[in-house]
Design a protein around this ligand. Structure first.
Ligand code: TXA
Ligand code: MG
Length: 318
C-alpha cells in the first residue's frame, strides 16, 4: 500500500491524518463521519463553536455539500481553484452539524497540493481539515511542525515538504448579495473584486457581521509578542536589552551586536514574508528569548493577511 492509499484507508476507518496543502498543514477526517470529526475538535482542543473547512477533490463535488449555489461561486472557482480560497455557502442537509459547528452554512475549498488532491480524488469524499496545530497556536507549515504540535495524537502524517504559501486561505462569504472577506489571505480582496467585476467588502467594513470561530487571539507563540513600528522597535530594543533576552523579526539587518538578541531579518516581499512567517515565529518561540518583538509591515493591500496574523498573534499581550 502506498502512502496515498494508506491515508485514504485511515480516513475511511474514521481516523485522523495530517496532510499538506499549499497554505498550511491540515488535520483531516471524513467530513461526513461525525465521530471522526469529533476527534478533530478533541485533538486540537478546539471550541465546538468553531466550524471546519471542507476540502473537496473537484468543483462538481460542491453539489453534495452546498445548496442554492450562486453564479459567483462558479466564477470564483474557475478563477482560483484549486487554490487558497475558501467559499462560504448554504449547507447541504447531508453535512453533519458537528462539521459546521451548528451553522447552516458550510466552508469549502479545493486545495492546490498534489498530495492533498491525490488523497481527495481517491477518497471521493470531503475532508474536514482545520490547521494541524493545537487550538490558538501557530499553524504548521512542515510535517515536522505537525509532529511537534500533535505528536502521536494523529494517526498518520503525510509529508509534502514546506507549504508554498505559508498562511491560511482567504475566506469569502457568498451568502449575501455583496461578497464579504471573512479572513484575509494570499488572494486579496482586489483580486476577487476584479474577477467578480463588483465590489467586495472586508469583515471590518461590515460591522454587524458575526463570524463563527474568529476569536481575536490566534496564531500565537507561547512568549509575549509585541508588534511595533520601526522607530518603536529600535527604542524597545534599547530599553529592554539590558534586562531581557529579546527575539526580533525585522526588515532591518541586525541592529545590535548584543549576542543575547535572537535576530531574524525578513523579506520585504509579502509573499516570501508569509511563506516563512510561521517558521520564523516558531524559531523565535523555541529560542531562549523572553519576549518577541516584530516590526510592523506596511498597511498595504498585499500585507493585510500577514498583518492580520501578526495582530492576532500579539493581541493577548497588548
Ligand atoms: O488554508 C486553510 O484554510 C487551512 C488549510 C488546512 O486548508 N485551514 C484552516 O482551517 O485554516 P482553520 O480551521 O484553522 O480555520 C478555518 C476557519 C474557522 O476558524 C472559521 O472562522 C472559518 O474557517 N469557517 C469555517 N466554516 C465557516 C462557516 N460556515 N462560516 C464562517 N466561517 C467559517
Ligand atoms: Mg487554524
Amino acid at each position: 500500500m502506498n502512502t496515498i492509499e494508506h491515508a485514504v484507508q485511515l480516513l475511511k476507518e474514521g481516523k485522523l491524518i495530517a496532510l499538506p496543502t499549499e497554505t498550511v498543514y491540515g488535520l483531516g477526517a471524513d467530513a461526513k463521519n461525525p465521530s471522526a470529526v469529533q476527534k478533530i475538535f478533541l485533538t486540537k482542543g478546539r471550541p465546538a463553536t468553531n466550524p471546519l473547512i471542507i476540502h473537496l477533490p473537484d468543483v462538481d463535488a460542491i453539489q453534495d455539500w452546498a445548496i442554492d449555489i450562486p453564479p459567483t461561486a462558479t466564477t470564483l472557482a474557475q478563477a482560483f481553484w484549486p487554490g487558497p480560497l475558501t467559499i462560504i455557502l448554504k449547507k447541504h442537509p447531508s453535512v453533519p452539524l458537528i462539521t459546521t459547528a451548528g451553522q447552516n452554512t458550510v466552508a469549502i475549498r479545493i486545495p492546490n497540493h498534489p498530495l492533498a488532491l491525490a488523497v481527495l480524488k481517491q477518497f471521493q469524499g470531503g475532508i474536514a481539515a482545520p490547521s494541524a496545530n493545537r487550538s490558538g497556536r501557530i499553524s504548521p507549515t512542515t510535517a515536522g511542525h505537525v509532529k511537534l504540535e500533535l505528536g502521536n495524537k494523529v494517526d498518520y502524517i503525510l509529508d509534502g515538504g514546506a507549504c508554498a504559501i505559508g498562511i491560511e486561505s482567504t475566506i469569502i462569504s457568498l451568502l449575501e448579495e455583496t461578497s464579504i472577506i471573512l479572513r484575509e489571505g494570499n488572494i486579496t480582496k482586489n483580486q476577487i473584486a476584479d474577477v467578480l467585476g463588483k465590489e467586495v467588502l472586508s469583515k471590518s467594513e461590515k460591522h454587524t457581521l458575526v463570524v463563527p470561530g474568529s476569536s481575536d487571539s490566534h496564531y500565537a507563540p507561547s512568549k509575549p509578542l509585541l508588534l511595533l513600528d520601526t522607530e518603536h522597535l529600535f527604542q524597545k530594543i534599547t530599553d529592554l536589552s539590558q534586562t531581557k533576552r529579546i527575539g526580533a523579526l525585522s526588515f532591518q539587518p541586525r541592529f545590535s551586536q548584543n549576542s543575547l538578541i535572537e535576530w531574524i531579518s525578513t523579506s520585504f516581499d509579502p509573499k516570501i514574508y508569509a511563506k516563512t512567517l510561521y517558521h520564523n515565529l516558531r524559531t523565535l518561540d523555541d529560542s531562549n528569548c523572553e519576549i518577541i518583538l516584530v516590526e510592523k509591515p506596511p498597511r498595504q493591500d498585499a500585507w493585510l493577511a500577514v498583518l492580520d496574523r501578526l495582530t492576532r498573534a500579539s493581541s493577548t499581550y497588548l
